[in-house]
Design a protein. Structure first.
Length: 190
């Protein structure tokens, strides 16, 4: 309740309604109306005070709700951002052409296993060089100039040369991966 309203409320409480009516020269008919009006002012002022308290509580609750909405909006934005980033990553993925060469050449299988094992043990510029030389030799033997990935089957009896629709250059740097949803290998250019 405002200070002015509190002061007025206090004065009205302290006043005797009969004393107020006696101070004014009004007719008997009007005295009843004045008495009725004055007796209703105090409950109305209490109602006003109750409404103001309720208004303050409502404002506080609305502010809390607004903060929660902002938090939820931020969470939604971040969630959507993560989805967008994932979609962008997926869109950068390059899947293989339909050409997958399968070879049972024992030397190729052994070399593919060796390079895969070394790649697991060491990730360095030297290993990148070895991998590039291995891929260059395979490209020359197949007569292609595409980016390739080489893998052996689980039994180790076949080597698969997976061809991507990207020209292999010195500047190409990429990572390989497996898309479980599409059940296909892919590369991402770096």
């Amino acid at each position: 309740m405002t200070q002015t309203l509190q002061a007025l409320f206090g004065r009205l409480k302290a006043m005797d309604i009969e004393a107020i009516i006696r101070n004014y020269e009004i007719g008997t008919e009007n005295k009843v109306e004045v008495k009725l009006l004055l007796s209703q002012i105090i409950p109305l002022m209490k109602d006003i005070e109750t409404l103001r308290d309720a208004q303050e509580k409502l404002i506080t609750e609305l502010q809390k709700a607004d903060e929660n909405i902002k938090k939820l909006e931020w969470t939604l934005v971040m969630s959507n951002l993560a989805k967008i980033i994932e979609e962008v990553k997926k869109s950068r993925r390059i899947y293989p052409e339909e050409n997958v060469f399968v070879s049972e050449d024992k030397e190729l299988i052994a070399d593919a296993k060796r390079v895969a094992k070394l790649s697991e043990l060491e990730d360095s510029p030297r290993m990148d060089y070895v991998r590039k030389q291995f891929h260059n030799a395979i490209r020359r033997s197949f007569g292609i100039n595409n980016v390739i990935a080489v893998a052996t089957n689980e039994e180790g009896t076949e080597a698969q040369v997976i061809v991507f629709d990207v020209e292999a250059t010195e500047d190409n740097h990429f990572t390989t991966g497996w898309d479980a949803e599409k059940k296909l290998p892919y590369i991402e250019l770096n």
